[in-house]
Design a protein. Structure first.
Length: 166
């Protein structure tokens, strides 16, 4: 296997593992109508490496399974994270402050439908969009940007170009 493939897989696996641990450790407020999933701060990582896209998807998938989520939540919640990560990677060079917007938008739109139709939560979907959106702004927007500026300083050390030197 080529060195660049090993680096990519290693980065993706590490991101997935961190996502799972954060979801599991903070499980009491990682799930539900009002949720602040601390692990979602990691959705800023596609701004640094494309390996974060599969890493976040797999991490969310495993985190949802271990958290006892139902099948629609496992599928659609993980897809929301995948969509957010993909568009964060796409926007990485536009403006650093746009990076948290895709995961905020994807989860704010998708998760309330999962809560309503999958879990039977009897709250209005627009209200759940508001509560999930607030949680996403806190985790992706606030914590994610704190993480972004902390990592930006060391990005050439932490996220070395795959297959090359910093």
């Amino acid at each position: 296997m080529k060195k660049q493939n090993i680096n990519f897989l290693t980065q993706a696996a590490m991101i997935a593992a961190i996502y799972v641990v954060l979801t599991y450790v903070f499980a009491p407020f990682s799930f539900g109508e009002v949720q602040v999933r601390i692990a979602e701060a990691l959705t800023i990582l596609p701004a640094f490496t494309p390996a974060a896209i599969p890493g976040l998807f797999v991490g969310c998938l495993i985190g949802n399974i271990l958290g006892g989520a139902i099948l629609p939540d496992i599928i659609f919640g993980s897809l929301a994270t995948l969509i957010g990560a993909t568009f964060t990677y796409t926007l990485r060079s536009k403006n650093q402050f746009l990076a948290p917007l895709p995961p905020i938008a994807a989860n704010t739109v998708i998760v309330p439908f999962v809560l309503y139709y999958g879990y039977g939560v009897a709250l209005p979907i627009p209200f759940m969009m508001l509560t999930v959106g607030i949680g996403e702004v806190l985790s992706c927007g606030v914590l994610g940007m704190v993480l972004y500026f902390a990592l930006k300083k060391y990005k050439n050390i932490i996220f070395r170009p795959i297959g090359g030197r910093a």
